[in-house]
Design a binder for this molecule. Structure first.
Ligand code: UD1
Length: 431
């Protein structure tokens, strides 16, 4: 288990370039299965989640050539199996996109129930409802999801809840189905639009992505393309909050400022300065921030994936702030860790109250999930003294080169390998 040693406080200064979007890449890489030709993907983030999806495609029989760090070529034509075993699927949540992609291409898929961050109950009933609406028979046995269809037929699908994963999966299954599929109450996240753009560039006919009604006219064949994945909204937002929390001045390059509006609005509300350019934003931190309240919502609302990072920042603001978490049932676990660093916050169910004006100090902590780990890195850079963050593999699922990107802006972070002694033993030694 590797960890980070961070000496603070740091004032982040300089610039950082944002990588391709994790959540777009983990949908677009499986979507290549639907093509009948080779596809080249550019701006693929070099993170463990994309490595796992690529490994799954290789195991299915695809040929994957890495052209450079962020460009891959995938030939899906040699794929011969439609089964994704537990050993692979358990390693990431988005392995469920293999179901939509394999079903859409071969009319069958057998995929183990997915793994991923523990954010509370993460059902996939809406995905299954969508596959069934298109005519698939879906059985779940021994934690394997087994889908079969004679033919997939386009139909209206109404999602009871706005779900990113269900919207993506239904698009993947419907893109080659016969006739028109209409997804109502669809998710509108930037990576939904990116997936639709990718599929359309291969020859699909998808209209309305980015609104809550997506129409998918099935096509018989998808071809090969070269496609560049959009910049990561959450990685950009994380560096924006890091700049504010360290009272720094950072130019965040290769972003789509429109995707960042809800984050920009909250940063400005508490007193940070955000300057917008065509494909960059500059965040200039303030010496003092004022409280604000946040409700996480589906896009274009404030993203749940930015909630832990903002929680740390609000603990430094003047006054009491309240965060309502409306997407996930168990996303305040990070508070137990950051309290060790001086954050004064309590959660009751879906609501957390942050007492402001906290003075953060370095401490040994353990990342509890991907975004929680990012929040701990921000807290450690803002804190006085030395912090150690264990379970850093969570962060490496979603942030490309985070240590070198932050160190280039003045942070003092070292990544070290540690032995596998129980976490409590190591914490006791550090204390
Ligand atoms: C995606 C993101 C994740 C983000 C989340 C919310 C990817 C790979 N992951 O996750 O980073 O935190 O969106 O923005 O893109 N739900 C159901 N039944 C379902 C599916 C979802 O009840 O079949 C519920 C969930 O429990 C949750 C809500 O719907 O409360 C939203 O989940 P969803 O949008 O599906 O999240 P993911 O796609 O898993």
């Amino acid at each position: 288990m590797d960890k980070l040693i961070i000496n603070g406080p740091t004032r982040l200064m300089g610039e950082v370039t944002i990588s391709g979007a994790k959540n777009a890449a983990v949908a677009i890489i499986p979507a290549v299965i639907l093509s009948d030709e080779v596809c080249r993907l550019e701006n693929v983030p070099d993170i463990s989640d994309t490595k796992i999806v690529i490994e799954i495609l290789l195991k299915l029989g695809a040929i994957v050539n890495r052209i450079n760090k962020n460009t891959i070529e995938i030939d899906p034509r040699p794929i011969r199996t439609t089964t994704v075993p537990h050993s692979l699927a358990k390693r990431m949540r988005a392995s469920y996109y293999l179901i939509g992609a394999l079903l859409g291409k071969f009319n069958k898929a057998r995929v183990s129930m997915p793994g991923g961050c523990d954010l509370g109950i993460r059902p996939i009933d809406l995905h299954i409802k969508g596959f069934e609406a298109l005519g698939a028979e879906v059985k779940t046995e021994n934690a394997m999801i087994d889908c079969k269809a004679v033919n997939l037929i386009g139909r209206p699908v109404y999602l009871d809840m706005v779900s990113v994963g269900a919207t993506v999966n239904i698009m993947l299954a419907a893109v080659k189905a016969y006739g028109l599929t209409v997804i109502e109450n669809a998710a509108k996240e930037p990576h939904i639009v990116d997936l639709a753009n990718f599929l359309n560039s291969m020859g699909a006919d998808i209209r309305g992505a980015g609104t809550d009604i997506i129409k998918i006219y099935g096509v018989p064949r998808l071809g090969g393309v070269t496609y560049s994945i959009i910049p990561d909204q959450i990685e950009a937002g994380t560096y924006m909050v890091a700049a504010a929390a360290t009272r720094g001045n950072v130019l965040i390059k290769n972003v789509i400022p429109k995707h960042l509006e809800s984050i920009t609005a909250k940063l400005e509300e508490i007193g940070a300065i955000v300057e917008e350019y065509d494909d960059a934003v500059r965040v200039i931190g303030a010496e003092e921030y004022t409280k604000c309240n946040i409700k996480t919502m589906p896009h274009p609302g404030f993203p749940t994936d930015m909630q832990p990072q903002f929680g740390v920042l609000l603990s430094m603001a003047k006054g009491t702030s309240i965060i309502s978490e409306n997407i996930w049932g168990n996303r305040f676990k990070y508070l137990d860790e950051v309290r060790r660093m001086g954050v004064m916050a309590v959660a009751d169910g879906q609501v957390a109250v942050f007492e402001g004006s906290c003075k953060l100090t370095g401490a040994p902590v353990a990342a509890t999930d991907l975004r929680a780990g990012a929040a701990m890195i921000i807290a450690a850079m803002a804190a006085e003294g030395r912090s150690e963050i264990e379970n850093i593999y969570h962060v490496e699922r979603g942030y490309e080169d985070i240590v070198s990107k932050l160190n280039a802006m003045g942070a003092d972070i070292t990544r070290v390998s540690v032995d596998d002694r129980p976490v409590n033993t190591v914490k006791a030694e550090l204390a």
